[in-house]
Design a protein. Sequence first.
Length: 339
Amino acid sequence: MANLPGSAGELDGRVKLPSAQDLDVTVLAFAQWLSEMKLRSNSSLQQMLAEMGIIRNGITSNNTDLTEFKRNTATVQQQMQSQISDLRDKLTDAYTEIANTKKTKSQFEQEVHAECQSLSEQLQFKTLELETLKKAYAHTHQQLQQQIIQLQQEANELRMRNDDASRQNHQSFEQNVNKVSEVEMASQYANNELKRLRSDHDLALTNVADNMNRWNETLRDLSKEFHDFQKVMTVNQQRLQSGLWEVQGKVGIASPPDSGGRLEPAVGSPAGRQAMPQAAPGGAAIRGQSPQAAATVGTPAARRASNQQPGGMMSPYTSAAPQPAPQPGIAGQPYVVQR
């Protein structure tokens, strides 16, 4: 079939084809069939060439895929070998662990068997104890029932006593209520009396406070008058002292010196007798200067204050025994006499 196109060309070049009139119908049909077959063979050849190109491309692609598959299979084989080696190691470890677990299991079974035997022995012992406890419990239960019966009887007796005691308590409560009401009445009366006494006491305290204020005022006035009197007495004493010195200078009779180094005339001497009339006008002058002081001159305290002279000199009116000097009060404060 491949040589048909060349032979046909050669025949066309060498031999001149006859005309259509000279040819037979069968020959024409055969020639037409040959031409169709030629066309079909060319088309089938082209199809086969195209299919062969497709096959070549597929073969090349399959070769590349095959190489890649070989590479992948090689890597997979390596990985599988490494995994298999790991699995072998793990299996060896697992076998050793299984052997160890078997050993421990056998030991554990032995221990469990021993514990089961001990537990069974303990169970038998506990069953014996339980039976003894049951017998003891039955005995104690009977005793407790008897005690409960006795306690019930005692409880009934106590209930009867409690009823009697409650009645007595009720009666005593009523009596106590009556007594409490009486006590409340008495307490109210006592409270009213206490309030009245408290008010009277408050009034008395206020009166005492007023009286104390008045006494303080009067004592302040007395202290002021006493200080005025002391001033007047000092002036008069100075005058008397000067008169005594003049009398002593004129007469020339002196008494022995006292502790202060001053001379004092004797009472029985002429100088003393002359000094006594001079002291009287001084007292009259004092009474004329201060009426209030003249009223206080006759008191024992005023007499004691007048006897003690400043400067260590004794008045000619003093007695032989010395009198203690009174302590004058401070101005503005009440004069307190110390007993």
